[in-house]
Design a protein around this ligand. Structure first.
Ligand SMILES: Cc1ncc(COP(=O)(O)O)c(C=O)c1O
Length: 393
């Protein structure tokens, strides 16, 4: 829709206030506001991760995660290699193949998991996809198959509104990539058999390690089913048909970064100090709401997520809707570049495979005051680009 304002409105003056922290990247995400490198001084660097001090830190990372996220006591939590990708791959390669799979994708990362299962593992799978901005009808899936899905599509800004569509009495397992949801959205543990995330997302940690959370039913599958394919050491969670319990108390498969562990522990401390999960969710909601309100107030920009119930409160994806824009990708890149050059918003271009637009991280480590200070700059950059288009015509 064309906007009423003449392009000359773009002779817009630059706003006077700048965000204190212009980091709005969707991963690695902004560090907690209290972060200082000095805070990591207690990291047991140069010590074995199997020494008592290292083991205690790893165990604390697991148990504090359980506490903050409300993970049930009978679920296992492991620190695994290779960030969220490592955790998802480990789960899929270890668990899938026992029954048919349903692979669900509504953006790039989900699509990546589909490729792995269909092309690499070559498992019998029903593939369900939706376009960017939309979501698959999760209530229509067969939960007697193993269902693999992404809770919050980081590249489309479309999230599961809740877990109501997942039946409690399912026969299959649910494998959920929750990397941009954990610590920002309510995860219904009784509906999730495998949940994964990375420290680099909502808590603003480092990317080295992934978290893998297993329900008792997922453990039962691990102990009763051996996949037909070879399993590299890095993925192996069982020995002699029994779960390797050590992995889930901090005896990691291979060497972890104790600096990254310390950083995660600090982030968990901060999360507790602002009210735990409730506080984190409220901060993400407030950040996202500031952008939703901006979209309502401006008719040249809109949320990519079509159904308001599915709008992410972490990776908020936006599209430009002004019909004076001929090349959406060029325009969006130019806006993002202007904002970056001003030092007011870093890394907010849409993901490379996503529709043209912007993606602004709103997880709890971002301050609402910074989102609010950035939005007038977005208004400025938009009008400056429109003016540039008019002048070039
Ligand atoms: C939904 C989703 N899955 C997986 C990944 C990959 O995460 P990592 O690079 O931490 O392995 C990302 C990263 O942005 C993501 O958003």
């Amino acid at each position: 829709m064309a906007i009423e304002r003449p392009a000359s409105h773009a002779s817009v003056r630059k706003p006077t206030t700048r965000p204190e922290n212009p980091r709005f990247s969707s991963g690695p995400c902004a560090k907690p506001p209290v972060f200082k490198l000095d805070n990591l001084a207690d990291a047991p660097l140069g010590r074995s991760h199997r020494a008592a001090v290292g083991k205690a830190k790893l165990k604390a990372a697991i148990e504090e995660t359980r506490d903050l996220l409300g993970v049930p006591a009978d679920y296992k939590i492991g620190i695994v290699p290779a960030s969220d990708t490592g955790a998802v791959e480990m789960a899929m390669w270890s668990l899938l193949g026992a029954r048919k799979a349903t692979m669900v994708a509504w953006e790039s990362f989900g699509a990546g998991w589909v490729t792995d299962v269909v092309k690499q593992l070559k498992i019998d799978a029903d593939v369900q996809t939706a376009e960017y901005g939309q979501i698959v009808d999760m209530a229509a899936l067969d939960y007697d198959t193993d269902v693999v899905f992404t809770w919050n599509g980081t590249t489309s800004g479309v999230r599961m509104p809740n877990g109501n569509a997942i039946p409690a009495d399912r026969e299959g397992l649910t494998i959920c990539d929750a990397t941009s949801a954990a610590f920002a959205q309510d995860l219904p543990w009784d509906k999730l058999d495998v949940t994964t995330f990375s420290w680099q997302k909502v808590l603003g940690g480092e990317a080295a390690h992934g978290m893998l959370i297993l329900s008792p039913r997922a453990v039962e599958r691990l102990e009763s089913y051996t996949p037909a394919w070879p399993m590299p050491k890095i993925f192996r969670m069982t020995k002699g048909g029994k779960l390797i319990e050590g992995i889930f108390v901090g005896e990691t498969i291979n060497t972890p970064s104790m600096l990254a562990v310390e950083d995660y522990l600090q982030a968990l401390d901060w999360a507790r100090s602002i009210g735990g999960l409730t506080g984190l969710m409220a901060r993400a909601d407030a950040n996202a709401q500031a952008i939703f309100d901006f979209c309502v107030a401006n008719d040249w920009i809109d949320n990519l997520a079509e159904d308001p119930a599915t709008r992410s409160n972490t990776s908020v994806c936006l599209k430009f809707t002004d019909d004076r824009i001929a090349d959406g990708a060029v325009f969006a890149k130019a806006v993002a570049k202007r904002l970056e050059a001003e030092g007011v918003a870093l890394d907010i271009g849409a993901y490379r495979d996503a529709p043209a637009g912007l993606r602004i991280w709103c997880g709890g480590t971002v301050e609402t005051s910074d989102i609010e200070a950035m939005l007038p700059w977005l208004d400025w950059a938009f009008h400056a680009e429109i003016e540039a288009l008019a002048q070039a015509a």
